[in-house]
Design a protein around this ligand. Structure first.
Ligand code: NCD
Length: 306
């Protein structure tokens, strides 16, 4: 059974097809309102989430399906010591597809190896977040009309930010992408991603700690939250959390057609005075998350609109 654990589990052609379906859902939502009639999505969230879980749930409801699950590991049998493998086998008895978020890297992969129904990784530790990447790609393609030939800056916590890891991995398969990595020294992109993705695929990239210096050359700015929950020391988190704060004032030097993305939740890294700037796309990006998840659920269940 087909699962999506890593964004590379989907080919570029499959991603193009998902984006096309999502665009059609946006244009003709009624056409899709019964596609998942009688089907059940289990959302197994062992880690906090607002957008990802609710957008998965809204996606399934808008496809005419049902949702069951839990939003807190504390209310599941994980507290009694049940393994991810056993929980997955149980849920196979009750649902047709699983979306799983887990603080441990690799947990959704283990689930997929113990599942007869598709498993979607809804974020595993500081590792991967493929459905956020699909959301990001849909947003970039709708805003820019293409997924090639642009310069994208990733700013903030590039070490623990799983959305950054997945999006960089995805973008490395398109042409003409230039990547600017903006972070404090302590939160740099892990070297395994630089080596296995950027260097291996010959992607042009630069690293800096200075956002203002590179802002004028960016077509896309991907801001991220410093991932508090992955830090071993609270002190270190407090020292780094406000490394970058994007403000309306700073944006004066940016391109007119820049798009600003953020997987959300935001803490301090984008000032609210940026929200009214037409270049701010993060709330629209959150909405797109529902449409692309609808497309993915349909695809993995092998269902199509009439
Ligand atoms: C992200 C995540 O969970 O990795 N949120 C999301 O899914 N939209 C980003 C974050 O928590 O900072």
């Amino acid at each position: 059974m087909r699962s999506v654990i890593n964004i590379l589990d989907l080919s570029v052609e499959e991603i193009d097809a998902l984006i096309a379906t999502a665009n059609d859902i946006i244009a003709n939502p009624k056409k899709y309102s019964e596609v998942c009639h009688g089907k059940k999505l289990a959302t197994l969230f062992f880690e906090p989430s607002t957008r990802t879980r609710l957008s998965f749930e809204a996606a399934m409801y808008e496809l005419g399906g049902h949702v069951l699950g839990f939003s807190d590991a504390g209310s599941s049998s994980a507290t009694k010591g049940e393994s991810v493998a056993d929980t997955t086998k149980m849920v196979n008895c009750y649902a047709d597809i699983i979306a799983m978020r887990h603080p441990k890297e690799g947990a959704p992969l283990v689930a997929s190896m113990n599942s007869k129904i598709p498993v979607i990784n809804a974020g595993d530790g500081g590792h991967n977040h493929p459905t956020q990447t699909l959301t990001d790609l849909l947003t970039i393609s709708r805003k820019k009309g293409k997924l090639s030939d642009f310069t994208i800056g990733f700013c903030g916590d590039l070490k623990f930010g799983r959305t950054v890891h997945s999006l960089i991995t995805a973008l490395a398969r398109y042409t003409g992408i230039k990547i600017v990595l903006i972070s404090p020294d302590e939160l740099k992109l892990p070297s395994y991603i630089k080596k296995d993705v950027l260097v291996k695929q010959g992607i042009e990239y630069v690293q800096t700690d200075n956002l203002e210096e590179v802002l004028p050359e960016l077509d896309v700015l991907y801001m991220t939250r410093v991932q508090k929950e992955r830090f071993l020391s609270e002190e270190e988190y407090i020292r780094l959390r406000d490394s970058y704060i994007l403000t309306a004032e700073k944006l004066k030097i940016a391109k007119e057609d820049l798009i600003i993305l953020h997987p959300l939740p935001r803490v301090n890294e984008i000032s609210v005075d940026v929200d009214d700037d037409p270049r701010a796309c993060y709330f629209e990006q959150a909405l797109n998350g529902k449409f692309i998840r609808m497309a993915l659920i349909m695809e993995l269940l092998g269902l199509k609109a009439e």
